[in-house]
Design a protein around this ligand. Structure first.
Ligand code: HEM
Length: 148
């Protein structure tokens, strides 16, 4: 079960990263090119958010199967950099990124004009992507490529 979940969580990260890079490029070009907020913008931004929510759910289940998560002895987990990263840091950083994504999507939806819709996505999705990439980098696992 652990291997299946880890493989799934590992694979879905490519979808998440690709969709966020795409959403970010589309938002920045829309912002600076003063482009209308198209149906393609709406769909890419929505699918990017759904991919992040799905990844968070898989991560939450994986959390209870991973041998690198030590909830029974938090003191010991805090003293070990690998255990601390997977027990606390990864989860906190990724949940923070998903909150940024959800807020950004909602702000973009509520914004009155195309400029402000693109701006909300560029800002919030951009920050979230940065947090996600930093978190993966910090884990020592490859951003692209398998560690298994
Ligand atoms: C957008 C959100 C997330 C992304 C992009 C992400 C990304 C990743 C990546 C790239 C790995 C390494 C996979 C590998 O070694 O091949 C990983 C592992 C893991 N993630 Fe996430 N993650 C996210 C959210 C979460 C959340 C919210 C949790 C927990 C609540 C979580 C828990 C874990 C666990 C437990 C591992 C496995 C550690 C191990 O046993 O090796 N992830 N994640």
């Amino acid at each position: 079960m652990y291997k299946i979940l880890l493989g799934l969580h590992s694979g879905v990260r490519y979808i998440v990263i690709i969709l966020f890079v795409l959403a970010l490029i589309m938002a920045i070009t829309g912002l600076f090119g003063r482009k209308p907020y198209s149906e393609a913008n709406r769909k890419v931004n929505l699918f990017a958010m759904i991919s992040a929510h799905t990844q968070m759910l898989i991560g939450l289940i994986l959390y209870f199967f991973s041998p690198k998560v030590l909830l029974s002895d938090m003191g010991a987990a805090m003293k070990d950099t690998v255990l601390r990263y997977w027990t606390v840091e990864h989860m906190v950083m990724m949940i923070f990124a998903v909150i940024l994504i959800t807020v950004g999507h909602s702000r973009s939806k509520k914004a009155a004009d195309a400029f402000n819709k693109h701006r909300a996505i560029a800002l919030f999705y951009g920050l979230a992507l940065l947090v996600i990439l930093l978190a993966i980098y910090q884990s020592g696992r490859p951003i692209f490529g398998s560690s298994m």
